[in-house]
Design a protein around this ligand. Sequence first.
Ligand code: BG6
Length: 521
Amino acid sequence: MSEVPQAKGDSPPGSCPIEPAFRVPVTAPCLLMIFGASGDLTARKLVPALFDLHREGLLPGPFAVLGVSRTPMTDASFRDRLRTAAAEFGAGPFDAAAWDAFAPMIFYHPADVSDPGAFGPLSTRASVLCETSAIPGNVVFYAAVAPKSYAPLVRAIASAGLADPSGAMPGYRRIIIEKPFGEDLESARSLAADVTAVFRESQVYRIDHYLGKETVQNMLVFRFANGIFEPLWNRNYIEHVQITVAESIGVEGRGDYYEGTGAVRDMVQNHLLQLLALVAMEPPVSLSADDVRDEKRKVLHAIEPTPLGELGRACVRGQYTAGSSAGKPVPGYRAEKHVAPGSLAETFAAFRFTIDNWRWGGVPFYLRTGKRMGRALSEIAIRFRPAPTLLFGDTACGQMASNWLVINVSPDEGIYLRFSAKAPGPEVCIRPVEFAFNYHETFGARVPSPYSRLLLDAMHGDATLFPRMDSVEAAWALLDPFLSRWKADPGADLWMYEAGSDGPREADSLFEGNTEGWRSR
Ligand code: BG6
């Protein structure tokens, strides 16, 4: 499918170019201070995303990155390390000349921010950097540290006088905090209290990188810029919704993080429930950050709490055992680095929820995520109700297809609609066929990294794509009863599945025999 030429009366061709993906460079100079700069997130995601923005000419001018972590490094050795990472994890072929122009904007300061004495020299370094780089005080702090360090980090920023909650300092101060935000409702509230003791809500950007993905952003456009889908988007036409985020990778050296977190806190509380909110929310009154986030909060709040007696029937967890990935043998989770031999942490989780409102009453939403699954695939799949009479039931040969609308979040970003068609010939032979839209084929552009978009939005001061605290709380409130159940009985609802499979077979039980079960396309 290709881009359709614009009709007379539409906005003129070229008025909304599709390349580059971000059309608005940030104009205000900015210093980005990354805490946890020696970690994986900085190397694999943040710096490649910033380098991309640099190549697209979208970074502010002047701009500087100040990496902070305990590892002893100089500016030069930090830059070398990031160069290797940008070459490995960046999009497209590595552009050495562009890197050479970008690297001088990167600096490093070794500091243990839990040490009260460390912030004095750090804030002096930041001021000097702002002065020499002509950055008049605009600072974004990025908390890329372990979740347990968020609160101490925020307190340290405050005690160094860098947070500016009253807005008296020149420029802006904003903080980006990685997920998971808390480990249950109570700890999330307590972290929120620590953060808001230092920053105003408008300064806080809780990042969920799924919301920066093009395909996820397109959800609102797909639903609300087209008249044809919205009338079908409700319990009258939709039988159920499946949201899958399946990864073929394992825990990738992050065993210590996964041991304390597990798939429910790592993926479901944030990414999957945010996807559900976008599928199910009502149209916002406007695209302002608060109007969009009001609707997301409302729909998350409308998800029916699972009754205590039903918890074991509404969720299945799993943990991968040894198996294979891409044809190679891989170890089980318990044999991964920093994982306890008898660990009961889940690497797979599947839930069934229902939303108690007029649009969705009675429509199940199935959510599933897992590591070391057979295939990496993130999709939102909507299954429509069948035709009311089986007109072709007796006579048809071939196969009647269910009607599915599938939004491929990744890979093969796109959308397709599956329906039945008559195959040519004298008999009524029915085959499933598809209308398909693919981003790459249509727009030709590569899909930008979600981190580029979100970093840019934070520098712009646009919080639309960042979850607000009320939806973070609503998501925890929903999961809390399950978390308490597993705290009391750590092995409950947990099944083993072989690496390279579709997860534990027990996850099919969530459908209670109502449909064909999980999609396996
Ligand atoms: C992160 C999780 O938030 O998302 C990881 O912490 C996971 O465990 C990752 O692998 C998946 O993101 P993506 O964009 O690769 O689907």
